[in-house]
Design a protein around this ligand. Sequence first.
Ligand code: SF4
Length: 67
Amino acid sequence: MKMSKKIVVDKELCKGHDNGRCVQIAPEVFDTRGEYPKVVDTEELDDEKIQRLIKNCPSEAIKVIEE
Ligand code: SF4
């Protein structure tokens, strides 16, 4: 079975900076209707984009989970 990586936003750490740098990098991944971006679709996420999201989050709120 293929391992796929998913990400989650840690609500405790996320500060919702400027509507989220994460949202600017990968708008297709997040639902922004709540107080913090919620991950809704990680189908299109490759490793490079995941690394960009992690590096650009000032609060280190984006975590990778493997399934
Ligand atoms: S970049 Fe990080 S802190 Fe900012 S909204 Fe996204 S997850 Fe939250």
